[in-house]
Write a new protein. Structure first.
Length: 162
């Protein structure tokens, strides 16, 4: 489980230096968005345009390989977190192909589950989709959710605590 904020710290972005705090939010397999910039400059540019003008914002990507029936498919799971003025954290989740000029595999399912394991927002990729995303949501510190990506009979799942 990844803890995305510290509920006992009122302004967590101000506790340690920003760079150190953003690096400790995610496990080592998560990379900063900048590591993806050379491969996907247009996508990274578009994502940066949606960043809030004020407050904390972390953008990280994790590469996942799923064993589809036809061939292994590598995708990029993108997580964007930003702090709100009301103390809640905003969360944006997107899935992109990890290969330039490729589409998200058709039939791929991206789901979010509540802390009691109830499916909240499953979305399924259609043919020729550049990327897919869950609706933007906001939650209070301490909230938990699980992301699951399914393709054919293979699945990836990871739990987060905001």
């Amino acid at each position: 489980m990844h803890h995305l904020s510290q509920p006992d710290v009122v302004l967590p972005r101000l506790a340690p230096p920003f760079e150190q705090w953003a690096q400790t939010l995610f496990a080592d397999e998560w990379q900063p968005l900048e590591s993806w910039a050379t491969q996907y400059p247009a996508v990274v540019y578009n994502i940066r345009q949606t960043k809030p003008a004020k407050g904390f914002c972390a953008l990280c990507v994790k590469f996942i390989t799923l064993n589809a029936r036809s061939a292994p498919q590598t995708i990029a799971l993108l997580l964007v977190l930003n702090s709100g003025v009301d103390g809640r954290m905003g969360v944006r989740v997107q899935v992109h192909s990890a290969m330039e000029d490729h589409y998200v595999p058709a039939g791929l399912i991206l789901s979010i589950y509540s802390n009691n394991d109830k499916a909240l927002q499953p979305v399924q990729a259609r043919d020729y989709e550049d990327y897919m995303r869950l609706p933007y949501f906001r939650c209070l510190p301490g909230a938990q959710f699980r992301l699951q990506i399914t393709l054919d009979d293979d699945a990836f799942s990871e739990t987060f605590s905001v």
